[in-house]
Each structure stands twice: as structure tokens, then as C-alpha cells.
Design a protein around this ligand. Structure first.
Ligand code: ADP
Ligand code: MG
Length: 581
């Protein structure tokens, strides 16, 4: 059991200490319910990078569903729980379908709009009791015993918080958790590893909504009444503040942030009327200002400052790597025909044709700005050609998105390494094997994915070993030197066990011995049948390694042939080699 779990269990038992004032217990209940909402925001905002002001509204769906089931329809309050989860989950799916294409500030703004709309929905629906809401909810009861005492509620809330914590931790330590981490800055790399970004975003949004729904159900039965006010935009801002205050990427931070905001809120409600007179709801201003100051002063929140713990997650150990997928039959692995790509008036790639065979190392060279990286993007689905055709392992892959290309057996690295900042080195590599796992988010939450995870990590460890970085497996990925980050990207590509490997300047920033080791590895991969296409500036390196070379200048192929032929080509000498010499 981890320390945060032990602390949570201790907290659940705390209300039963003799002499514990009931007022404190009921504050603790508020904190617990809020922490569940905030935990969803830690996932959604802290980890997946999507700011949401609508969590209170989603909590409202859960609370009203609970009230309808238990009060209006007179069914068991326990039936209200699945109803609450269904209501908030469905609301999130519908909202997500129209909202999640937006990103950054636009997404945040649209959740504000949702927050306001949901509040008016609650206020205006007759079935929800309009401004008065629904009251007279029965308390939860267990085996005929009605949980009316606040300490009994504290048990239910505490257990819910504990289970939420475990479920969330399990989700984050899975292939889906790695995908969620990648949504903050690692989108392109994740898509190239086969992650469906839209699906991952929806997962984060719906998961956070389910936690909000759970909190709504608890809230409804704790208050025994539901009205619109706790589910408006102001509450939405407070939940966001809790998540950010505690430490947006840290689960225990949700509890810390919830405790601070609930306690301060309670204190302000006593204090502000004395200072400003009654009837001025100045808490919102104080919290809004608090959020702004906090984001300036401690953008990572308080938890990392307190716990000094950005300790990397533990992952299951295993020795058995995944079996290699069957290699494609086609000997021509990758074929580009007459690719064109223009950016405004600039023709970045003009009429590029090339083909890459099984077991071949093909070098793509040319001066800076020649269009090499753009070509890579066209070949890997990161960008799409204006015209021309891409064939991948015998399949027409023109216009396919990066995850589809990954499914067809292509893996790549980037000129500027794109490692996911919140993950360790080995987790970044395991992200590359995303498509080789099959566990669903639900299986991950229930820890039914442990054997698969162990195999994924064994595969990742082997790939890391091949690039010589196994010793760094548990370091934060972005703490490595840039050259090593490139090697991690190569390992990530290898973890997919691809048929075609595209490497954009893999040797840049490497020392001589590291380059030698990389060359040996690439030869080995080619000998095993992989097709390797690489862009490289180090002429000595690429000339000694590649079987054939294609030379680009201003987006056009000016020469193609063996290294010896290229060395002799007058066009190449003029455009490139001459200038280098
Ligand atoms: P290389 O990798 O060979 O150095 P690039 O493919 O990165 O060259 O760039 C080729 C040309 O296309 C350059 O002139 C570059 O400025 C331009 N370019 C690349 N990407 C974009 C983009 N997204 N928008 C506009 N221009 C771009
Ligand atoms: Mg480039």
C-alpha cells in the first residue's frame, strides 16, 4: 500500500475518534466530496492539459440524477449511483463531441459557456424543481441502517474517495495513462505511436465527469437536497482552483487543494461579511484573485513543494517481451510517388519519389530547408501531401493519419525530440508500444492489464537496452541530454517493432562512440529485414551507413544512387557537398 492510501484510510477513521467535533466531520465531508471532483480535474487539466470550468455542472448531473431516482421516483438511493454516473458520463460524451476539437484557451472558454448553460438548464427545468431544486432526499442506508449521522456519511465519502484514488492511479499507470500524459505537449509523438488523440481526450473528459457524477451523488445524499447554486460557474472555478492549488499533476494534491479551498471558503464566509457587510459575495473575487496569484507564484501547485515527490510511477516487471508482429510480405516497404507539399507560396516538397525496400538503409540528404523533415511528415501521416501517393507495405496510405500509418507498421523519430515531459524514460518508450497492448481503460482501472503491462515494459526495456540507455530507464525523460533524448525516441520507435523506421537526424548531438553504436544498431535492424529511412547531416556517418541516398534541394530530388555515385555527382557537389567542403 502506498503512503497516500494509508493517509486516506487514516482520514476515514478519524471522524470516529471520541470527542471529534461534528462540525469538523461535516467540513471533512465537504472536503472529501470536493477532492473527488478535483481528482478528475487533476487527470483532465493537470495531466491531459485540458482546462475545464464545467466540472461543477457535471457534478450537478450526478446530483440531480440521484435526486430524481431517490426522491421523485422513490427508488433506492443506491440505484442513484449508476444513474448519476450515466447522467454525467453521457453529458460529457455529448459535450465532448462538440467541444473537444477545440484546444487551449478556446476549450477553456467553451467549458465556461457550458458551465453557464448547465446552470440555466438546472434553474429552468420544472422536473428539477427550478430555483428551489429537489429536497427531501432519503439518506443512504446499509442493511436497513440509515446513514444519517455525519460520521456515517464520512465513511461512505471516505471509501468513495479511496476507491477513486485507486482507480485513478491505476488508470494513470497504464497504456491509457501514458496516452493521457502525452496529450500535454506530446500529441504528435503519441499520434505517431498510434494513439488516437480524439479518443484519449474524450477518455480524460468522461473519466473526470464520472468522478464529478460520483461526487454529485454523494453530495445529494449528504445534503438531502439538491439546488442549482452549487453547480454553477463559481463552483466550477473553485474546483479548478483546488486542482491547480494542490498540484495539477498530482493525485494527492487534489485532497490538499480541496482542504485548503473548503477551509478558506468557510473562513471567508465568516470573515468577509464582518469586513464588507452582509450580502456582498466577495468570496468569488478572492478565489479568482487567488487563482491568478497562484498561477504566477507556484505554477506547479503546493503538493510538489510539500512532498518533493515527483517520484516516477512504479511499473510491473516482466521478462517476456511481446512477440514481434509478422513482417509484411511486400519487399517494397515504402514508396512515395510525386509528392508535392506547399506552404503558402513556398514549395517545400516538389515531385518527390522514392522507394524503400526490405532490409535497406536509405539516406535522405540535402541542405537545410531542402524539405527533408517535411518529406518525413508526409511519409508518416503527420502532414499530408497536396498531391502524390504514398504506399506503405503494399497498402495505399495516401492521406492516412499518423495513427493509421503506425498501424501499418511505420514508426518514426523527430528532428526535435518529442518526449512526453510527465513520463519517465521507459514510460516514453512504452508509449511506442501503445498499439501492441489491448487493455481497455476499464481493464486498466481494475488492474486487469498487469500481465500485458509487464510485457509492454519488458519490450520497452529491451528497446532501451538496444540504444544503450537501459540504465536511465527511471529518470524523467526530459532530464536527459538532447542526443540521448533522440536515442530514447529511437527506442520508442523500436518498441513498436515496426517494418519501416524513419529517423530524422538521429546522430545529431551524439558523441563519436554513440554514433558508432547507433550505426551498428541500424545495420542490425536492416539485416533483420527492417527498412530504415534516415535524414542525416553527418556525411561521414550517412555515407558509410546507407545503401542508397536520395539528395533533395529546394524540395526536388537532384540525385539518387549509391554513396559512391552521389559523391561523384556534379549536381550534388555544387548544391551541397561542395558547400560543405
Ligand atoms: P529540412 O528538414 O530539409 O531542413 P524542412 O522540411 O524542415 O527542411 O523545411 C522545408 C521548407 O519548408 C523550409 O523552407 C521551411 O521553412 C518550410 N516549412 C517547413 N514546415 C513548414 C510549415 N509548417 N509552414 C511553413 N513553412 C514550412
Ligand atoms: Mg529537418
Amino acid at each position: 500500500m502506498t503512503r497516500p492510501m494509508l493517509i486516506l484510510i487514516a482520514l476515514i477513521l478519524l471522524p470516529w475518534l471520541p470527542g471529534m467535533p461534528l462540525f469538523w466531520v461535516s467540513l471533512a465531508n465537504q472536503i472529501g466530496i470536493s477532492a473527488i471532483v478535483a481528482m478528475g480535474l487533476v487527470v483532465l487539466t493537470g495531466i491531459a492539459g485540458m482546462t475545464s470550468f464545467v466540472q461543477a455542472g457535471l457534478m450537478g448531473f450526478g446530483a440531480y440524477a440521484a435526486a430524481l431516482v431517490a426522491q421523485s421516483w422513490g427508488l433506492s438511493p443506491w440505484l442513484g449511483l449508476p444513474a448519476a454516473l450515466l447522467a454525467s458520463g453521457l453529458a460529457a460524451v455529448l459535450m465532448g463531441a462538440v467541444t473537444l476539437r477545440l484546444s487551449g484557451h478556446y476549450l477553456a472558454l467553451s467549458t465556461i459557456a457550458w458551465g453557464v448553460s448547465l446552470y440555466f438548464l438546472f434553474v429552468n427545468l420544472d422536473i428539477l424543481g427550478r430555483n428551489d431544486g429537489l429536497s427531501g432526499l432519503p439518506p443512504l442506508s446499509v442493511a436497513g441502517y440509515r446513514l444519517i449521522d455525519v460520521r456515517a456519511s464520512a465513511m461512505v465519502i471516505g471509501v468513495s474517495l479511496l476507491l477513486s484514488f485507486i482507480a485513478t492511479r491505476n488508470l494513470l499507470n497504464s497504456r491509457w495513462g501514458r496516452a493521457l500524459h502525452a496529450l500535454q505537449g506530446g500529441e504528435v509523438a503519441a499520434a505517431s505511436a498510434g494513439v488516437n488523440l480524439g479518443q484519449a481526450r474524450l477518455l480524460a473528459f468522461v473519466y473526470a465527469a464520472l468522478l464529478a457524477g460520483l461526487a454529485g451523488w454523494l453530495f445529494a445524499h449528504l445534503q438531502r437536497a439538491v439546488s442549482p447554486n452549487p453547480f454553477g460557474l463559481v463552483a466550477g472555478i473553485q474546483y479548478l482552483l483546488m486542482a491547480v492549488l494542490g498540484g495539477a499533476g498530482f493525485l494527492p494534491g487534489a485532497l490538499l487543494g480541496a482542504a485548503i479551498v473548503v477551509l478558506v471558503n468557510n473562513w471567508l464566509q465568516d470573515l468577509l461579511p464582518l469586513l464588507l457587510g452582509a450580502g456582498v459575495n466577495a468570496e468569488t473575487v478572492v478565489f479568482g484573485a487567488g487563482l491568478v496569484v497562484l498561477l504566477q507564484a507556484a505554477p506547479t501547485g503546493l503538493w510538489p513543494l510539500l512532498a518533493r515527490a515527483s517520484a516516477m510511477a512504479h511499473h510491473p516487471q516482466g521478462r517476456t517481451a511481446l512477440p514481434a508482429p509478422s513482417a509484411p510480405n511486400a519487399t517494397e516497404l515504402l514508396q512515395a510517388t510525386r509528392l508535392h507539399r506547399r506552404f503558402g507560396g513556398l514549395v517545400a516538397v516538389a515531385d518527390l519519389s522514392l522507394s524503400l525496400h526490405k532490409g535497406e538503409i536509405l539516406g535522405l540528404i540535402g541542405p537545410n530547408g531542402a524539405g527533408k523533415s517535411t518529406s518525413f511528415n508526409l511519409l508518416s501521416g503527420v502532414d499530408h501531401p497536396d498531391s502524390g501517393r504514398v504506399m506503405l507495405a503494399g497498402t495505399d496510405a495516401t492521406g492516412l493519419a499518423a495513427p493509421e500509418m503506425a498501424k501499418l507498421g511505420l514508426a518514426r523519430s523527430f528532428q526535435h525530440a518529442r518526449l512526453v515531459a510527465g513520463l519517465s524514460v521507459i514510460e516514453n518508450v512504452a508509449l511506442g508500444a501503445h498499439l501492441r497492448g489491448t487493455a481497455s481503460p476499464l481493464q486498466a482501472i481494475l488492474r486487469r492489464d498487469r500481465a500485458e503491462e509487464a510485457a509492454l515494459f519488458a519490450t520497452a526495456a529491451r528497446a532501451l537496452d538496444r540504444v544503450g540507455l537501459l540504465a536511465e530507464a527511471d529518470r524523467p525523460a526530459t532530464s536527459l541530454a538532447l542526443g540521448q533524448q533522440r536515442l530514447v525516441e529511437i527506442a520508442r520507435a523500436l518498441a513498436a517493432s515496426p517494418a519501416v523506421l524513419l529517423l530524422d537526424e538521429p546522430a545529431a548531438g551524439l558523441r563519436h562512440a554513440e554514433k558508432q553504436a547507433l550505426a551498428a544498431l541500424l545495420r542490425q535492424l536492416a539485416a533483420s529485414g527492417m527498412g530504415v529511412l534516415l535524414v542525416e547531416h553527418d556525411m561521414e556517418f550517412v555515407m558509410s551507413l546507407a545503401h542508397r541516398l536520395v539528395v533533395l534541394d529546394f524540395g526536388t530530388v537532384i540525385a539518387a544512387g549509391t554513396p559512391a555515385e552521389i559523391r561523384q555527382s556534379p549536381a550534388v557537389i555544387e548544391a551541397y557537398l561542395g558547400a560543405a567542403a
